[in-house]
Ligand binder design. Structure first.
Ligand SMILES: [Cu+2]
Length: 346
């Protein structure tokens, strides 16, 4: 297997030895290419990868392979650990106008977002990102909101709703409230805390994805959800870790399996704070783009979409050949910090 991930317990020097390269070449790309880069980096910036490594709080931290490197997930993390975030709950199309009751509690948790990288997170219901909410357009969504922490928080939905239910007003420590919105429009919309300092409340983990189906449902597809976000694990205001669905390097180690040549629908949301722009790039294939997941016909076709903060899209594509298709933000600074992943067409 040319693209097998390397053992994360090996040091970089061990990796070079294992590859029979001594200290003569960098891993990544062809050997000829690597040798050429070694010459170039000797006169430019040879230490960039070591600089990256310093942003972990311990352990090997970096997953290196032929395609480069990214931050590694927690050691021994199960391949199913992110299933609830990767695969949206099944739709229940046609439920429009029925009432949906949801309990949301703000809880503080210490979570491992990468190999031995822990952050003191603020969470909705204990996870970052928060659980995916899936409803049908027109559903009445009642959210019983409890703030169990020592800070004020709130819950604000994107999409359309009455302004008094917009969720920007802080709910004090120990406080409760009831939000009631009519879900819509059909699409994919983030929800997040809107209490100041807003950036920090988002960067600490208070966000999630809401999928709103049209009343007739969507055509059958293999559905996946990918929410991009970051963690200021060492310095507030800087994303030391960047991750799809909350765990750095997870999809690098555990590709998302899809059936070859069958329709894939990806709900992609950018909740990365402190970065003016992110993107989603798929290798070796193009996709149809429904901005914010709205509309019944795609607006354009591409292999890369730009996503400002809170922007999102539904992407539809088929992977026609058996094999692995890479995905990552095309800002490689972000990919290197944990947002590298693969689809495996099987
Ligand atoms: Cu908050």
């Amino acid at each position: 297997m040319a693209h097998e991930e390397t053992d994360t317990s090996l040091s970089r020097r061990d990796l070079l030895k294992k590859a029979g390269l001594g200290g003569a070449a960098l891993l990544g790309g062809s050997l000829l290419g690597a040798a050429a880069r070694e010459d170039e980096t000797s006169v430019s910036s040879p230490t960039v990868y070591e600089t990256d490594r310093s942003h972990t709080t311990g352990g090997p931290g970096v997953l290196e392979s032929l395609y480069g490197h990214t931050f590694a997930p927690p050691l021994g993390i199960e391949s199913t650990a992110l299933d609830a975030h990767t695969f949206p709950p099944a739709p229940d199309a046609g439920r429009g106008s029925s009432a949906r009751e949801i309990e949301v509690a703000v809880e503080e948790r210490l979570i491992e977002v990468g190999n031995e990288v822990f952050v003191e997170a603020w969470t909705y219901n204990g996870t970052v990102p928060a659980p995916i909410i899936r409803v049908t357009e027109g559903d009445t969504l009642r959210i019983r909101f409890r703030n169990t922490t020592g800070h004020a928080h709130s819950l604000h939905f994107h999409g359309a709703h009455r302004p008094e239910m917009d969720g920007w007003e802080p709910i004090p420590p120990g406080g409760e409230t009831l939000y009631e919105i009519e879900a819509g429009p059909a699409g994919v919309h983030p929800y997040h805390c809107h209490t100041t300092p807003l950036a920090e409340h988002i960067a600490r983990g208070l966000y999630g994805m809401m999928i709103v189906d049209p009343p007739g449902g969507r055509p059958p597809a293999q559905e996946v959800a990918l929410l991009l976000s970051g963690f200021s694990n060492e310095e507030i205001g800087r994303n030391g870790i960047v991750a799809w669905n909350g765990v750095a390097g997870f999809y690098s180690q555990h590709p998302i399996k899809v059936v070859r040549d069958e329709l894939v629908r990806a709900y992609v949301v950018n909740m990365l704070e402190y970065e003016p722009l992110a993107s989603f790039h798929l290798h070796a294939q193009t996709f149809d783009v429904y901005p914010a997941g709205m509309g019944v016909t795609p607006v354009f076709r591409d292999d890369t979409i730009a996503l400002a903060q809170a922007q999102r899209a539904v992407l539809e594509f088929r992977l026609p050949d058996y094999g692995r298709y890479m995905f990552h933000p095309h800002q490689h600074w972000l990919a290197d910090r944990g947002a590298m992943g693969w689809f495996a067409a099987i």
